[in-house]
Design a protein around this ligand. Structure first.
Ligand SMILES: [Cu+2]
Length: 404
């Protein structure tokens, strides 16, 4: 129990860089993995430690169904299905967890999440689009203007043959949901900007989809924030555009590639400076499969300007942040009433695709690098009560067509 706390604290506040194989943390994680296998998974252990006052609660009586098919605006041939996960109780701002985060449901692991596939296909379907949301039990949108943040979540696909492209066997997020990077892959994620990945609408996204098999299982890490002084219960929604295996028999498969400044950790990175600008680079990823690039989008925290991707030293993707585009992303009062803390928040990240993605092919051996650029002079960050910038992130998810 103690070693988990030590590791998590290190990860949240002081850890830098990719983990070299001889790093003492590796031995600890390894030991922890063995220990937790014996105890039947680290999911419950971690949830109890970090989220004693929040987490999944009983379904709310009278709430809309957890699977809502035939949603409007799906691309041709696809069925748009909205899944409601949870509900999750998010503690109020007066509750501080052991990492010093207030009003947080912090990297809460939910190892069992329903897939969106149609019942007649027995748990198989092809995903061609995804986007996320946050809702109150009655279905009303939950966002910053009512104090609720979809800080981020990670959707895992756990199944035979699934291998995360950018993590090896020892990986904290995969362990949190009781799996490993060689038994699952991170399929989708979103922050509060709620970027939509509707692949058929992208220039090179035709006749390709993520082929979910019957044996695959979904799991989630959910990270939510509540700036109100009372606990809130909310549902995470993921809307999927799905097609039947029969209709997509000739489609190519799609593989996600997850870039992260805190790769194989919980993605949080301590802000290196409290003011001015800085860039956080990720460790280099050497491409380990071949394919055709479909698109990528980044995720940052407030103060972030852009996420860039570079291949063999050349910048090929620039995902830019925009702030406060709609009123849901603007607060009347800053967190902790701190005048140096942001009131206008990231409301969108641009997608690299088509001509905006200067690299067309993924080729084994290419050296890929993500950089996250921050500038607090342009956009304020989120500040804790003690005047410190809260942790930052730099993530991009790229989708790659794997030819038959
Ligand atoms: Cu984040």
């Amino acid at each position: 129990m103690k070693s988990l706390l030590v590791i998590a604290t290190a990860l949240a506040v002081g850890y830098v860089g990719a983990i070299p194989a001889d790093h003492p943390l590796v031995a600890k994680l390894d030991k922890l993995a063995t220990l937790n296998k014996r105890q039947g998974g680290m999911t419950a252990l971690a949830n109890n430690m970090f989220n004693p006052k929040g987490g999944k609660v009983a379904a709310v009586a009278g709430a809309p169904p957890t699977r809502q098919a035939n949603q409007k605006d799906s691309p041709a041939g696809a069925n748009r299905v909205k899944m409601r996960y949870g509900p999750y109780k998010v503690p109020n701002m007066g509750v501080t967890n052991i990492l010093g985060e207030e009003g947080a449901l912090w990297n809460y692991a939910d190892p069992v999440a329903e897939k969106p596939c149609d019942a007649q296909d027995g748990g198989a379907c092809t995903i061609v689009g995804m986007y996320a949301g946050l809702e109150y039990p009655d279905g009303k949108n939950a966002n910053i203007d009512s104090g609720l943040w979809l800080h981020h979540f990670v959707l895992f696909n756990v199944g035979p043959g699934r291998q995360d492209a950018t993590c090896s066997s020892i990986s904290l997020p995969h362990m949190l949901v009781g799996s490993s990077a060689s038994g699952s892959e991170r399929l989708f994620s979103s922050g509060n900007e709620r970027t939509q990945a509707i692949v058929p609408n992208w220039p090179t996204g035709k006749n390709v989809g993520y082929k979910l098999k019957k044996e695959d299982k979904f799991a989630l890490i959910v990270d939510l924030m509540n700036e109100n002084m009372k606990d809130e219960v909310v549902y995470l929604t993921i809307t999927f555009d799905i097609m039947s295996p029969a209709a997509t028999a000739t489609y190519d498969d799609m593989k996600p590639v997850w870039f992260d400044v805190a790769q194989c950790l919980t993605s949080e990175w301590p802000a290196p400076y409290n003011s001015g600008n800085y860039t956080v680079p990720a460790a280099t990823w050497v491409a380990n499969f071949d394919g055709e690039i479909i698109g990528a989008a980044g995720h940052l925290h407030d103060g972030g300007q852009r996420v860039t991707l570079e291949v063999d030293g050349k910048q090929v993707c620039n995902s830019e942040a925009k702030y406060g585009e709609t009123k849901e992303y603007v607060q009347a009062k800053a967190m902790h009433a701190n005048p140096n803390s942001a009131t206008e928040h990231i409301s969108s990240m641009s997608v690299c695709m088509g001509p905006k993605f200067l690299q067309k092919d993924l080729v084994k051996g290419q050296k890929w690098k993500l950089r996250a650029e921050y500038d607090y002079n342009k956009n304020k960050g989120m500040m804790h009560g003690n005047g410190k910038q809260s942790t930052v992130m730099g993530i991009a998810i790229m989708y790659v067509r794997v030819k038959k």
